[in-house]
Design a protein around this ligand. Sequence first.
Ligand SMILES: *Cc1c(COP(=O)(O)O)cnc(C)c1O
Length: 452
Amino acid sequence: MSEPRRRIPAVSRLLTHDTIAPLADHFPQSMITNAIRAELEAMRNSAEIEIDLDALAGAIQRRVRDFAIPVLRTVINATGIVLHTNLGRSPMADSAALAAYESARNYLNLELDLDSGERSSRQNAIRAGVCELTGAESATVVNNCAAATVLTLKVLAAGREVIVSRGQLVEIGGGFRIPEILVASGAILCEVGTTNITRLGDYERAITPQTGMLLRVHSSNFRIRGFTDSVGIAELSTLGKKHGIPVIDDVGSGAAIGPFGDEPRIADGIAAGASLVLFSGDKLLGGPQSGIIAGRTDLIKRIEEDPLMRALRCDKMTLAALEATLRLHRKPEQIPTIAMLGMTREVLKTRAEQFAHRLKSLPDIGSVEVQEEPGFAGGGTMPDVPLPSVVIALTSRCHSAESLATHLRMGQIPALARIKSDRVLLDLRTVFDRQLDDLFAAVSTAASESLK
Ligand SMILES: *Cc1c(COP(=O)(O)O)cnc(C)c1O
């Protein structure tokens, strides 16, 4: 055991190696030293006895270059899934991205009223925009809709009962489960009705002096079909008013305009009398990750005064991007999420055919076919409303679809595709025109690499 260890070269010797020394022109010394240490550590744990100094230096060089590649990279989303949570949900409009960029590299009047010179609220940036879009009296924003739910429950119902239909005790994904969120906020869950049927009388009978809230949760990522009944937000709001209990509508996806399948529209919840409506900024709104609380001024004020608000508040980049996104709702076709969801079959077909034509010139690609295929909105929206789409189905000459897709994912510009019946499906609904050349290069490289 001790023999091979003695042959392990010193860090100082490697630093002056011909391959490694020039790295110092481009990378920090600490990064190079860390790469050398990591490679030597790997070597100590391996059974190899002979050490090839040049091979070792090559491995260190690769490790330094890998360190320099950021973990978060831009990818091409050719899955056709518009609100892909693993890929960052909504890509933002240029004006929203630019607003975030400008706010990031400058100072701004985040909490300063420029007319009076007095301190102001950062929420002023979004209040008017949300009210215009939803018809709400007032609004405030926190980091995401999960935070909006916890905060609202805590402020309005900690230590009190919250009445929820058994059909709405849902898990949204990523560990967001309504019963657990209630516990975390200090509220007490009072379940009513059954999985498939809950009626107004079920809520009414459960109301006691301990009741702090009537909560409706949008079932987002699933639907119950068949023998079902649930209470609409209008009826629930009337009941809440009769008993002086706030009615909260957690709609999640938040269709500001629409219709998008059977997704609830925020303005409808407000108009129907909900005390507060909660929704995400990066689902159907098409903006940055955020959670918007819209509704009664007195309740918004109580929420903003809660100490937890400080822990959940948004940063300047989010607020700038959200303000810009709200403004863009006057021209919603400029919001990428909305434009992609609304892309017509004809447009999808033309784009797919043009791209397929280019792909046919690649020598390592086997078959290229344009076919109709249902896609999905994603992000827990419209789970059973397929978006009719047109995709390009590809095979590589000698390799499986799995292998081609893996090479696409691991390429210099990573591209994500779907696989079906041993074909790679490219759905251009979610690929921007500006990315088409990169996608073409990615397919070309992946197809030739998967031959090796
Ligand atoms: C998506 C969703 C949430 C969580 O929203 P995030 O912004 O991802 O935190 C909460 N409630 C409902 C009903 C949802 O659909």
